[in-house]
Design a protein around this ligand. Structure first.
Ligand SMILES: [Zn+2]
Ligand SMILES: [Zn+2]
Length: 278
């Protein structure tokens, strides 16, 4: 492969989808090794409700963060491969908006690491669905691509009943309201009714990014009312408080010329932490 990499690096000169540096080994994927190494992982111990790192020195046995101890935490427990910031955010954007679908496998590997025992407990993985229009525009559902590489049987048990539009500036309460009734049980999953595929099962709900969690809770509510025994959410990235986010590698250099002009929130001046549509 080394000779082929050397030839490709000169002739084709591909660049890393996250940092835009020239790729030394193009046959190993669209993102350079240095970027995979500097992912902003969520430091253990992780809160077993909301998935954020529990503060250093907080060693109480229930492994919940201060916030979840106070509030009880979200109804659906969450885990993620990393914080939606910096390099991971750039990788997720390249995957989702630039159509770099080959990134699904390495992202899903990191989700498997983060999911740990959840992967063994799960009977089925259910990707968060896109509305048919957005699915058609994008050409793929990023959550379904990730779910396909988790080693858990995938059931397309949900559908999006309406196009909810962009929710960039919406608060969590406004998102919850906007998403009310936006998800429903799919009529069928393969050859069986979708309800039968999740009834009594432990379900791993899969998405690319968990921002406020409104989408997760809307989907989980549908799965629970269909009889799912347990619902837990696993994502590639988890949005956390903006002040703890490192800058994206792309924010430190001039914006490269992209193949497509899809919105890339990594280059927005406001640098918001929840900028993407589904
Ligand atoms: Zn890179
Ligand atoms: Zn928590």
């Amino acid at each position: 492969m080394r000779a082929l990499d050397a030839i490709l690096a000169v002739v084709w000169a591909p660049r890393c989808a996250a940092c835009d540096d020239p790729l030394d080994a193009p046959t190993r994927g669209a993102v350079c090794g240095a970027c995979w190494h500097r992912l902003p992982a969520i430091a253990a111990p992780v809160c077993d409700r909301c998935g954020v790192a529990v503060a250093a020195g907080d060693t109480r046995a229930d492994s919940r963060c201060t916030n979840c101890r106070r509030t009880g935490g979200p109804p659906t427990a969450r885990r993620a491969a990393g914080v939606h910031a910096g390099t991971l955010r750039a990788i997720v954007h390249a995957f989702k908006y630039d159509g770099r679908r080959s990134l699904a496998r390495p992202l899903a590997q990191r989700m498997q690491d983060a999911g740990g025992d959840w992967l063994h407990d799960a009977d089925v993985a259910v990707p968060v669905p896109l509305h048919a229009y957005r699915r058609w525009r994008r050409g793929f559902n990023q959550a379904a691509d990730l779910a396909a590489h988790l080693g858990v049987p995938v059931v397309h048990a949900l559908r999006r009943t309406r196009h909810t539009g962009r929710q960039v500036e919406l608060s969590r309460a406004a998102r919850l309201e906007a998403l009310g009734g936006a998800f429903a049980l799919a009529r069928r999953s393969g050859r069986r009714p979708a309800g039968a595929a999740v009834r009594g099962r432990s379900v791993l709900l899969v998405d690319d990014v968990i921002t406020t969690g409104a989408t997760v809770e809307a989907c989980a509510a549908v799965l629970r009312s269909a009889g799912a025994r347990q619902v837990r959410a696993l994502s590639a990235a988890l949005a956390v408080a903006a002040q703890s986010q490192p800058p994206s590698p792309r924010q430190r250099r001039p914006a490269p010329v992209r193949r497509r002009c899809a919105p890339s929130p990594a280059r927005r001046p406001d640098g918001g932490s929840s900028p993407e549509p589904a």
